[in-house]
Write a protein that binds this ligand. Structure first.
Ligand SMILES: [Ca+2]
Ligand SMILES: [Ca+2]
Length: 75
C-alpha cells in the first residue's frame, strides 16, 4: 500500500515539471511580433503565470520579455 502511494506521488511530480517545461513557442506568444512579450501576451498564452513570475523572468527590467528571458521561464 505504501509503495503504491509513493509511485503515485512521483508520477504527479513528473507531470507537474513536464507542464512547466512545455511553454509555447516565443513567436506564438508574441502576438504582435514586436519581439517582446508583454505580461498581457504571456497571460493570453499561459493564464497560470503570475506577475511575480513574469517580473522575475524580466532580467533587464524593461517590462517585457525578449526571447532569452522568455526561454528562462521554462527552464
Ligand atoms: Ca509582443
Ligand atoms: Ca526584459
Amino acid at each position: 500500500m505504501k509503495k503504491t502511494l509513493t509511485v503515485l506521488a512521483l508520477g504527479g511530480m513528473f507531470v507537474a515539471s513536464a507542464t512547466i517545461a512545455a511553454i509555447p513557442d516565443f513567436a506564438v506568444v508574441d502576438v504582435n511580433s514586436d519581439l517582446a512579450i508583454t505580461y498581457e501576451e504571456l497571460l493570453a498564452a499561459m493564464p497560470d503565470v503570475t506577475e511575480d513570475a513574469f517580473l522575475s523572468a524580466d532580467a533587464n527590467g524593461d517590462g517585457v520579455l525578449n526571447a532569452e528571458e522568455y526561454a528562462a521561464l521554462g527552464a
